[in-house]
Design a protein around this ligand. Structure first.
Ligand code: UD1
Length: 427
């Protein structure tokens, strides 16, 4: 889609650094929780989804729901989804292309219509993103999948039935697809080595509110007893832990003090110790769901950051944290264990004077005292957040192109940062 858009349409931020941030920010609802919940909404007659973030990825999901005959209406931060007559069981190619995560609609479409046809999702900026685990989990539930001229044709000849599924890797999307489809399958499904991200528990909470019978045990295995149908439900999406980390990074990169409101501090357990290691004072208050950070003028480097499936350090927070480490005292080492090609932002940070060496899954970041402004681009969603974090702490005006990537996942990042004292102009 982006190829024929002009630079202006893809959006530009002009960030004047360095700045000192101050004040409070309320954290938005989690995009990665809201997306599978919107897919699951296809199975309920009516869903009222509170704290649903207003983002281009959510608009893309709403477009898929509309394509399937649903009505989607906003009322402030609440999205009402009402199911209508199903108008087809194919997700058109342009909607699949708009958002790679639209694959999460596959399980719901099959459970709703008994069949589905989708184009193969292409690779993306994070390297090839295969869907083999999604497909083999769905096959175990009784789905027949055939290649139909670049499309996948999915049918359920004998109906969906429960199964024992062990994922070879705890894929977030494959867990979500299997969970959604298994809700309406005949019998019981056990999902072992499932992803344990908080977004999975939130999807289960939404589905259970609609009458599904899902239980997640302490080891993270998911047990689903199929039901005949789901009923109307209301749900509040969890706060976005990656957005929360991004604001913590913005504070750490600028020697600032900030308070985040509406955060689930437990979801940040693997992240907060790293901010302390960098020399920031972090104060959690579970009772009123706030988190405060006070960062020193120059942070210390991080010994080792390894991205891991939850409860490990999230891959989505790797890029903004790397942006902080660029100006830290000393050497920081990153090991990216989830995606093959998730260091594209490093090349953009180099333009700002950072010293980063990437070798396969490892990135070595030598802290330099200062970053200078440059013309940089958002390489992907979190890479874009990294550019903003770096620019807030750089000396002068940084021009960040392709901010449409940022708008996929951050609600009005420019306005929120300006309200905290930054100078970020959108063009
Ligand atoms: C989700 C998140 C994304 C996050 C990622 C890891 C959403 C919308 N996106 O993506 O922000 O970075 O989890 O926490 O929630 N894989 C396969 N075969 C498959 C599925 C995945 O090989 O069938 C591989 C992927 O290429 C990747 C790894 O498994 O290397 C993890 O992917 P997965 O957990 O599925 O991530 P997503 O659900 O795509």
């Amino acid at each position: 889609m982006g190829r024929w858009r002009t630079e202006q349409e893809n959006g530009i931020y002009l960030v004047e650094g360095p700045c000192r941030l101050q004040g409070e920010i309320r954290v938005q609802g989690a995009k990665n929780a809201a997306l599978p919940i919107l897919a699951a909404a296809l199975l309920t007659p009516e869903s009222v989804i509170h704290r649903c973030p207003r983002l281009s990825d959510i608009d893309a999901a709403a477009d898929i729901l509309r394509h399937f005959g649903c009505r989607c209406e906003w009322d402030g931060g609440t999205l009402h989804v009402t199911r209508g007559e199903m108008t087809g069981c194919e997700i058109p190619e342009h909607l699949m292309r708009e958002m790679r995560s639209s694959i999460v609609f596959l399980g719901a479409a099959i459970a709703r219509c008994g069949s589905a046809r989708i184009s193969m999702p292409g690779g993306c900026e994070l390297g090839p993103r295969p869907i083999d685990m999604h497909l083999s989990a769905l096959r175990r539930l009784g789905v027949r999948i055939e290649d139909d001229d670049g499309f996948l044709r999915c049918t359920v000849p004998g109906g969906l039935h429960g199964a024992r599924i062990a994922l070879p890797f705890p894929s977030v999307g494959a867990t979500e697809n299997a969970m959604i489809a298994a809700c309406l399958a005949e019998g019981e499904t056990e999902l072992h080595n499932a992803a344990r991200e908080p977004e999975i528990a939130d999807l289960a909470a939404f589905l259970n509110a609609a009458g599904a019978r899902i239980h997640i045990d302490a080891a993270g295995s998911v047990f689903i007893r199929g039901v005949r149908e789901l009923h109307a439900c209301e749900h509040t999406v969890i706060p976005d832990r990656i957005v929360a980390v991004t604001y913590l990074c913005a504070a750490a990169a600028t020697g600032s003090s900030l308070t985040l409101r509406g955060v689930e501090t437990d979801h940040l357990a693997a992240c907060l110790p790293l901010f302390e290691e960098m020399g920031c004072a972090v104060q959690q208050n579970r009772r009123d769901a706030t988190l405060s950070i006070a960062a020193p003028q120059t942070v210390s480097s991080l010994h080792m950051v390894r991205t891991m499936p939850y409860p490990g350090f999230p891959t989505d927070a790797q890029a903004p944290l790397m942006a902080v480490c660029c100006r830290a005292k000393g050497t920081s080492i990153f090991v990216e264990n989830i995606f093959e090609n998730r260091y594209k932002h490093a090349a953009e940070l180099l333009r700002m004077g950072a010293d980063i060496k990437v070798e396969g899954r490892v990135a070595v970041v030598e802290g330099v005292g200062r970053l200078h402004p440059a013309r940089v681009e958002c390489t992907d969603l979190r890479g874009g957040a990294a550019m903003v974090v770096a620019a807030l702490g750089a000396q002068g005006e940084t021009r960040i192109g392709q901010i449409r990537h940022i708008e996929r996942g951050y609600e009005a990042l420019d306005e929120c940062l300006c309200a905290l004292g930054a100078s970020v102009k959108k063009q």
